[in-house]
Design a protein around this ligand. Structure first.
Ligand code: F6P
Length: 558
């Protein structure tokens, strides 16, 4: 990669209405080691992210903020082919990374409301006139809601999540949308699953847990579900050219893409091409305590403290036993770090034996276990002119900046640095990569970065992401699955074993708004946070509000 251009001197002393109200030049004495940028400021981060300046805290990407095109996605596929999973991932991706409002209209949920639960397989047989009528009614109600939703100002994407298994049904849906003259693009996403093992897993883990099979013995439920699927199969018509723009996904491996045009539809296509429904695990950890951490300084590129080294040693052993081994068997696993010293040093005790492994492309080949990949988009949120300062110094030297950050931590951009929104943008390609990957991935990263990745996978709102506690010395294990994400936290080095860590952050890390939303149960997460203990696992689900005493959202860094 070519080196970044020199940072230009500040041009505008005042930024009206933005989050960057004309910072005075930072004192060259504060922060940093030798060296400095073109303006003569001493900064310690060797690779600043050069971003536009001006009255503008918005990231540079265009689709969330300025584009107006609307899109309806019609999901197509037999039951248990991953349509709901795909719909939920698309919704999450668009809302979190692009701030695009997106709503799913799940016809199954409408059907349960209209027709009740526990309907037998015969209800789904097209020869069953009454069943067919009631199912059509559920679809109509869902469709009416979707159309109303798409008519609202500011709304961008609606997803009709149903089997939509005949061409007649799909034509009908499109006709209703067309007649409303909403100027909406429509695209079908068909999911075909011929992999019997995957199908059985989908049915076991997802379908049998729906209200349809509440209190039913699993064997009977499985038989009934398979019969329901057969009933749909009798009349199933795959998507063809006649359906207009579409993507067909075969077993998350083969893709047919036809007539897709436009930025947003292509974004969606690119995203779904990275998806799969197989179980997988992410391990997130911050680097071990750094020299800067001990001095309470932010940013920089310092090495590890003795405590940090100890954490790195423990992590090396833990990774070997817990990341690279699943059910007693060694599995190929990946290791990503940032390009900064503290993450690379934290990775130094992780072994890299070559193992032979079989992959889902059918090939068997050598694999270098946990081969370190240093990724620049994992570098910590760049604090620009404040890099190398303590929070107290920032408050003293740049009181306005300090206040501005507190009032809007997500959008606030450090002078000559980044905002969390900028970080969200640069993490988007990485999230694609994470969605695509099948092997366990351990990410040794930084607080700001891991907050974003955590919030994305755990289903948190983006404005809450900057407040998530990602403590030093912990490994967070995340298991995304079809309808959510399971979490476990393990502390490898307790605070009692450390000398002063300098990480008890001041108010800057705390939310100023009450009533923010997060997912998961507070008590469960409290349990997970017990120092030195192995977490039991929290589950994404409801969204209770959280207040200033919430241990996950507000806990100090360690
Ligand atoms: O303090 C450690 C650190 O990783 C800093 O380098 C970084 O600026 C900060 O955390 C991000 O946290 P916050 O956004 O709460 O300041």
């Amino acid at each position: 990669m070519s080196s970044p251009p020199p940072t230009p001197p500040p041009t505008s002393p005042t930024r009206i209405g933005g989050h960057y109200p004309g910072a005075s030049s930072p004192s060259p004495k504060v922060g940093g080691t030798e060296g400095g940028n073109a303006s003569g400021f001493k900064v310690d981060n060797p690779m600043p992210h050069i971003l536009c300046e001006g009255n503008n805290a918005q990231p540079l990407d265009i689709i969330g903020a300025t584009a107006t095109d609307k899109l309806v996605l019609i999901m197509v596929g037999l039951p248990a082919t991953g349509k709901t999973h795909t719909s939920k991932r698309i919704q999450r991706f668009l809302e979190f990374f692009h701030d695009i409002p997106c709503q799913i209209f799940n016809v199954g949920e409408y059907r349960r409301k209209i027709c009740g639960i526990n309907m037998p397989a015969s209800f789904y047989d097209n020869d069953n006139k009454e069943g067919k009528r009631q199912r059509a009614e559920a679809c109509d109600v869902a469709l009416a809601d979707l159309v109303n939703y798409m008519g609202l100002a500011g709304v961008r994407v609606g997803i009709l999540d149903a089997t939509n298994s005949t061409r007649e049904r799909r034509e009908y849906v499109k006709k209703v949308i067309r007649e409303k003259k909403l100027g909406v693009k429509v695209m079908c996403i068909e999911s075909i699953c011929n992999d019997e093992e995957l199908l059985a897993e989908n049915i076991r883990t997802v379908k049998l847990n729906t209200p349809d099979y509440k209190d039913q013995p699993p064997e009977l439920a499985m038989l009934d579900f398979l019969q329901r699927r057969e009933n749909y199969k009798k009349h199933y018509e795959s998507v063809t050219d006649l359906d207009g723009p579409h993507v067909i996904i075969h077993d998350c491996k083969k893709f047919i893409i036809n007539r897709i045009r436009g930025y947003l539809p292509l974004k969606v296509v690119h995203f779904v091409m990275n998806l799969h429904t197989l179980p997988r695990t992410f391990f997130f950890t911050r680097h071990g305590q750094s020299e800067y951490n001990t001095r309470g300084k932010i940013g920089g590129d310092s090495g590890l403290s003795p405590n940090g080294m100890e954490y790195a040693r423990r992590l090396g052993k833990w990774a070997k036993e817990r990341v690279c081994v699943v059910d007693g068997k060694e599995v190929p696993a990946r290791l990503w770090t940032s390009t900064l010293r503290r993450t690379k040093e934290t990775a130094q005790f992780i072994d890299h034996p070559t193992i032979e492994a079989k992959f889902d492309d059918g090939f068997q080949h050598d694999w270098i276990q946990m081969r370190p990949m240093a990724r620049r988009n994992l570098d910590e949120l760049y604090a620009g002119s404040c890099d190398g300062m303590t929070y107290k110094e920032i408050e003293d030297v740049f009181p306005e900046e300090f206040k501005a950050r507190q009032s809007d931590k997500l959008a606030y951009r450090y002078p000559r640095g980044e905002s969390y929104m900028d970080v969200i943008l640069r993490l988007e390609p990485l999230a694609h990569e994470m969605e695509r990957t099948r092997e366990p991935i351990m990410i040794i990263g930084h607080q700001g970065i891991l907050r974003i990745l955590y919030a994305y996978f755990m289903g948190l709102k983006r404005e809450d992401a900057p407040y998530v506690s990602i403590p030093l010395n912990h490994v967070l294990k995340l298991n995304p699955h079809a309808y959510g994400c399971k979490e476990e936290r393990t502390c490898l080095l307790s605070k009692m074993e450390m000398v002063a860590d300098g990480q008890d952050e001041p108010i800057t890390s705390m939310p100023v708004k009450a009533n923010m939303k997060r997912v998961g149960s507070k008590n469960r997460i409290e349990e997970l946070l017990r120092e030195g203990g192995e977490g039991q696992g929290g589950e994404v689900g409801a969204s209770p509000s959280w207040g200033p005493d919430d241990p996950v959202m507000n806990a100090p860094s360690c």
